[in-house]
Design a protein around this ligand. Structure first.
Ligand code: DER
Length: 224
């Protein structure tokens, strides 16, 4: 299986978890894309659901597939959220944010009873950190935040976007931070949040309840 086929397999597998009348969260990225597409097919066949999106991009895709979209502030607990990830470790700790939607993704994840991650096998790691950690920051002070992060044993910090900075749905910038292998993700997350100007990090800890990993040999691995 190539990457696209693995992503499609993982997304479509997760769509089976959705039951009639469920309030779900829909993720962002090229794997969650296939989850949304599969849901759209089931909605066409009569499935009734409501969804909270993790990005404007996913909201537009879902709306085009006639999936009713609600705002996060207008719902209580989300039963199930399905989203992608950039890295998944054996303890279901994640690095997310490659798609630039980490703040809304984390708010939706935190409001969800279950967070199911869909990914291809290339996202599986023993230790987080090969993927640069996205950190969402307030544009006004990003250079000072960058300086503080570089003092934290981080080899490189890049403002995402070229030639113009990437601006998130919530109007912030993203710094991609090259920490290398992360020894203590919880401690790093706390340290980053202590820097004034940091809005959120791409470290998703104690949030995912399951991961659906599509493998190149055609198998699906479930991690709980
Ligand atoms: O930003 C994110 O966390 C997205 O879920 C994304 O990076 C996942 O990657 P994918 O496009 O390979 O599914």
């Amino acid at each position: 299986m190539d990457a696209l086929t693995m992503k499609k397999a993982a997304g479509e597998f997760a769509a089976r978890y959705v039951e009639p009348h469920m309030l779900i969260g829909i993720g962002t990225g090229s794997t969650a894309y296939w989850f949304i597409q599969a849901l759209g097919e089931r909605v066409k066949q009569g499935l009734q659901i409501r969804a909270v999106a993790t990005s404007k991009e996913s909201a537009q895709l879902a709306s085009a597939l006639q999936i009713p979209i609600l705002e996060l502030n207008d719902v209580d607990e989300i039963v199930l959220t399905v989203d992608g990830a950039d890295e998944v470790d054996p303890q279901l700790r994640l690095i997310k944010g490659g798609g630039g939607a980490l703040l809304q993704e984390k708010m939706v994840a935190a409001a969800s009873r279950r967070l199911v991650i869909v990914a291809d096998e290339r996202k599986q790691v023993q230790q987080l950190g090969a993927f640069p950690l996205p950190v969402e920051v307030i544009p006004a002070g990003w250079k000072h935040v960058r300086r503080r992060i570089l003092e934290m044993n981080c080899s490189r910090v890049e403002l995402r976007g070229n030639p113009q900075p990437f601006v998130t749905d919530h109007g912030h910038y993203i710094l991609d931070c090259y920490f290398g292998k992360i020894e203590d993700a919880h401690a790093l997350n706390i340290s980053l949040h202590q820097i004034p100007g940091v809005v959120e990090t791409g470290l998703f800890l104690n949030l995912a309840t399951e991961a659906i990993i599509a493998r190149a040999d055609g198998s699906i691995q479930i991690i709980r």
